[in-house]
Design a protein around this ligand. Sequence first.
Ligand SMILES: Cc1cc2nc3c(=O)[nH]c(=O)nc-3n(C[C@H](O)[C@H](O)[C@H](O)COP(=O)(O)O)c2cc1C
Length: 191
Amino acid sequence: MNLADIDASAWAELEMAAGNPLSGFRYVNLCTVDAEARAQARMVVLRSADRTTRSLEFHTDTRSQKWLELSANPEVTVLGFCPQARLQLRLQGRVERHGPGSEHADAAWQNLPSRTRMTYVGGPPGDERGFEAIGELPEPLGEVGGKPRFGVLSFRARTMDWFELRQQDNRRALFVYDETGALSSCRWIDP
Ligand SMILES: Cc1cc2nc3c(=O)[nH]c(=O)nc-3n(C[C@H](O)[C@H](O)[C@H](O)COP(=O)(O)O)c2cc1C
Protein backbone atom coordinates (compact mmCIF):
# COMPACT_ATOMS: atom_id res chain seq x y z
CA MET A 1 0.00 0.00 0.00
CA ASN A 2 1.29 3.47 -0.79
CA LEU A 3 0.75 6.43 1.52
CA ALA A 4 -2.37 7.66 -0.33
CA ASP A 5 -3.93 4.19 0.08
CA ILE A 6 -2.99 4.12 3.77
CA ASP A 7 -4.64 7.50 4.28
CA ALA A 8 -7.80 6.36 2.48
CA SER A 9 -7.94 3.13 4.44
CA ALA A 10 -7.50 4.90 7.81
CA TRP A 11 -10.44 7.20 7.03
CA ALA A 12 -12.49 4.23 5.82
CA GLU A 13 -11.83 2.59 9.22
CA LEU A 14 -13.06 5.74 11.00
CA GLU A 15 -16.20 5.95 8.86
CA MET A 16 -16.93 2.30 9.52
CA ALA A 17 -16.27 2.68 13.27
CA ALA A 18 -18.93 5.37 13.64
CA GLY A 19 -21.54 2.75 12.81
CA ASN A 20 -19.92 -0.23 14.49
CA PRO A 21 -19.85 -0.48 18.30
CA LEU A 22 -17.33 -3.34 18.01
CA SER A 23 -14.69 -1.26 16.24
CA GLY A 24 -11.77 -0.06 18.35
CA PHE A 25 -12.23 3.43 16.94
CA ARG A 26 -15.87 3.63 18.06
CA TYR A 27 -14.57 5.17 21.31
CA VAL A 28 -11.76 7.65 21.02
CA ASN A 29 -9.94 10.00 23.34
CA LEU A 30 -10.74 13.67 22.90
CA CYS A 31 -7.92 15.75 24.37
CA THR A 32 -8.30 19.43 25.14
CA VAL A 33 -6.20 22.00 26.98
CA ASP A 34 -7.78 23.70 29.98
CA ALA A 35 -7.44 27.28 31.23
CA GLU A 36 -4.35 26.33 33.29
CA ALA A 37 -2.67 24.83 30.20
CA ARG A 38 -3.17 21.29 31.54
CA ALA A 39 -3.98 18.50 29.11
CA GLN A 40 -7.46 17.03 29.62
CA ALA A 41 -8.47 13.73 28.03
CA ARG A 42 -11.71 11.78 27.99
CA MET A 43 -13.36 9.03 25.98
CA VAL A 44 -16.12 9.98 23.58
CA VAL A 45 -18.24 8.03 21.12
CA LEU A 46 -17.36 8.60 17.49
CA ARG A 47 -20.73 9.57 16.00
CA SER A 48 -19.69 10.10 12.40
CA ALA A 49 -16.66 10.50 10.19
CA ASP A 50 -16.30 12.02 6.74
CA ARG A 51 -13.17 11.33 4.71
CA THR A 52 -13.83 14.12 2.19
CA THR A 53 -13.77 16.91 4.78
CA ARG A 54 -11.54 15.02 7.31
CA SER A 55 -14.22 15.56 9.92
CA LEU A 56 -15.36 13.66 12.96
CA GLU A 57 -18.44 14.34 15.04
CA PHE A 58 -19.02 13.88 18.77
CA HIS A 59 -21.92 14.62 21.10
CA THR A 60 -21.67 16.12 24.52
CA ASP A 61 -23.36 17.96 27.34
CA THR A 62 -22.88 21.69 26.98
CA ARG A 63 -22.54 21.99 30.76
CA SER A 64 -19.40 19.83 30.69
CA GLN A 65 -15.83 21.01 31.27
CA LYS A 66 -14.83 20.08 27.74
CA TRP A 67 -17.47 22.40 26.27
CA LEU A 68 -16.06 25.30 28.32
CA GLU A 69 -12.46 24.39 27.49
CA LEU A 70 -13.28 24.30 23.80
CA SER A 71 -14.79 27.77 23.87
CA ALA A 72 -11.44 29.14 25.04
CA ASN A 73 -9.25 26.82 22.98
CA PRO A 74 -10.69 24.82 20.08
CA GLU A 75 -7.39 23.06 19.28
CA VAL A 76 -7.63 19.36 20.14
CA THR A 77 -6.07 15.96 19.63
CA VAL A 78 -8.21 12.92 18.94
CA LEU A 79 -6.46 9.67 19.82
CA GLY A 80 -7.68 6.19 19.00
CA PHE A 81 -6.36 2.64 18.92
CA CYS A 82 -8.05 -0.21 17.11
CA PRO A 83 -6.70 -3.61 18.24
CA GLN A 84 -8.19 -5.42 15.24
CA ALA A 85 -6.51 -3.07 12.77
CA ARG A 86 -3.44 -2.71 15.08
CA LEU A 87 -3.57 0.99 14.33
CA GLN A 88 -3.08 4.08 16.44
CA LEU A 89 -4.46 7.27 14.89
CA ARG A 90 -3.54 10.63 16.39
CA LEU A 91 -5.40 13.45 14.74
CA GLN A 92 -4.85 17.11 15.42
CA GLY A 93 -7.23 19.85 14.45
CA ARG A 94 -9.97 22.21 15.57
CA VAL A 95 -13.40 21.75 17.00
CA GLU A 96 -16.44 23.81 16.17
CA ARG A 97 -19.20 23.77 18.77
CA HIS A 98 -22.87 23.55 17.79
CA GLY A 99 -24.93 24.45 20.82
CA PRO A 100 -28.56 23.89 21.76
CA GLY A 101 -30.92 25.50 19.25
CA SER A 102 -28.44 25.26 16.39
CA GLU A 103 -29.57 23.48 13.25
CA HIS A 104 -26.78 20.97 13.65
CA ALA A 105 -27.65 20.06 17.26
CA ASP A 106 -31.38 19.88 16.48
CA ALA A 107 -30.78 17.52 13.57
CA ALA A 108 -28.50 15.27 15.65
CA TRP A 109 -30.98 15.24 18.55
CA GLN A 110 -33.77 14.07 16.21
CA ASN A 111 -31.74 10.98 15.38
CA LEU A 112 -30.88 10.01 18.97
CA PRO A 113 -32.62 7.05 20.55
CA SER A 114 -34.57 7.78 23.71
CA ARG A 115 -32.08 6.04 26.02
CA THR A 116 -29.25 8.26 24.71
CA ARG A 117 -31.36 11.40 25.10
CA MET A 118 -31.85 10.44 28.74
CA THR A 119 -28.10 10.78 29.40
CA TYR A 120 -28.52 14.57 29.10
CA VAL A 121 -31.32 14.76 31.64
CA GLY A 122 -29.37 14.54 34.92
CA GLY A 123 -27.40 17.17 36.82
CA PRO A 124 -24.39 18.99 35.35
CA PRO A 125 -21.48 16.60 34.57
CA GLY A 126 -18.92 16.77 37.35
CA ASP A 127 -21.28 18.05 40.04
CA GLU A 128 -21.42 16.11 43.26
CA ARG A 129 -24.14 13.47 43.26
CA GLY A 130 -25.86 12.30 46.46
CA PHE A 131 -26.18 8.55 46.93
CA GLU A 132 -29.95 8.90 47.23
CA ALA A 133 -30.05 10.21 43.64
CA ILE A 134 -28.34 7.12 42.20
CA GLY A 135 -30.86 4.97 40.39
CA GLU A 136 -33.60 7.59 40.57
CA LEU A 137 -35.19 8.99 37.46
CA PRO A 138 -33.53 12.40 37.37
CA GLU A 139 -36.27 14.68 36.08
CA PRO A 140 -39.99 14.51 35.52
CA LEU A 141 -39.61 16.22 32.14
CA GLY A 142 -38.16 13.01 30.68
CA GLU A 143 -35.95 13.01 27.61
CA VAL A 144 -37.05 16.45 26.31
CA GLY A 145 -35.29 17.95 29.36
CA GLY A 146 -31.98 16.96 27.81
CA LYS A 147 -32.34 18.90 24.57
CA PRO A 148 -31.37 22.35 25.93
CA ARG A 149 -28.07 20.82 27.13
CA PHE A 150 -27.18 18.81 24.08
CA GLY A 151 -24.34 19.93 21.86
CA VAL A 152 -22.44 18.64 18.83
CA LEU A 153 -18.68 18.90 18.41
CA SER A 154 -17.47 18.99 14.80
CA PHE A 155 -13.78 18.23 14.54
CA ARG A 156 -11.71 18.89 11.42
CA ALA A 157 -8.31 17.24 11.21
CA ARG A 158 -5.26 19.12 9.93
CA THR A 159 -2.82 16.29 10.59
CA MET A 160 -3.00 12.56 11.10
CA ASP A 161 -0.19 10.63 12.74
CA TRP A 162 -0.71 7.02 11.62
CA PHE A 163 1.05 4.24 13.55
CA GLU A 164 0.81 0.56 12.70
CA LEU A 165 1.82 -1.82 15.45
CA ARG A 166 3.57 -4.89 14.06
CA GLN A 167 5.46 -7.85 15.52
CA GLN A 168 8.61 -6.25 14.18
CA ASP A 169 9.19 -3.13 12.20
CA ASN A 170 6.37 -0.83 13.32
CA ARG A 171 5.37 1.69 10.69
CA ARG A 172 4.48 5.33 11.09
CA ALA A 173 3.44 8.06 8.67
CA LEU A 174 2.35 11.67 8.89
CA PHE A 175 -0.46 13.12 6.77
CA VAL A 176 -1.23 16.82 6.45
CA TYR A 177 -4.55 18.15 5.13
CA ASP A 178 -5.37 21.59 3.79
CA GLU A 179 -8.39 23.63 4.92
CA THR A 180 -10.65 21.89 2.38
CA GLY A 181 -9.61 18.47 3.68
CA ALA A 182 -7.45 17.56 0.68
CA LEU A 183 -4.23 15.69 1.41
CA SER A 184 -1.49 18.31 1.07
CA SER A 185 1.53 16.24 2.12
CA CYS A 186 2.47 12.85 3.51
CA ARG A 187 5.64 11.07 4.49
CA TRP A 188 6.95 8.05 6.33
CA ILE A 189 8.49 8.87 9.69
CA ASP A 190 10.49 6.83 12.16
CA PRO A 191 8.17 5.10 14.60
C1 LIG B 1 -16.65 4.54 26.55
C2 LIG B 1 -17.07 5.93 26.96
C3 LIG B 1 -17.73 6.72 26.03
C4 LIG B 1 -18.09 8.03 26.36
N1 LIG B 1 -18.70 8.81 25.43
C5 LIG B 1 -18.96 10.10 25.70
C6 LIG B 1 -19.49 10.97 24.69
O1 LIG B 1 -19.76 10.56 23.55
N2 LIG B 1 -19.68 12.26 25.01
C7 LIG B 1 -19.39 12.76 26.24
O2 LIG B 1 -19.59 13.95 26.45
N3 LIG B 1 -18.91 11.97 27.23
C8 LIG B 1 -18.67 10.66 26.98
N4 LIG B 1 -18.15 9.84 27.95
C9 LIG B 1 -17.86 10.42 29.28
C10 LIG B 1 -16.55 11.22 29.16
O3 LIG B 1 -15.45 10.33 29.04
C11 LIG B 1 -16.33 12.16 30.35
O4 LIG B 1 -16.24 11.42 31.55
C12 LIG B 1 -17.43 13.20 30.48
O5 LIG B 1 -17.85 13.65 29.20
C13 LIG B 1 -16.95 14.42 31.29
O6 LIG B 1 -15.81 14.97 30.67
P1 LIG B 1 -15.34 16.48 30.89
O7 LIG B 1 -15.60 16.81 32.32
O8 LIG B 1 -13.91 16.47 30.55
O9 LIG B 1 -16.15 17.36 29.97
C14 LIG B 1 -17.81 8.53 27.66
C15 LIG B 1 -17.16 7.71 28.58
C16 LIG B 1 -16.81 6.43 28.23
C17 LIG B 1 -16.12 5.56 29.25
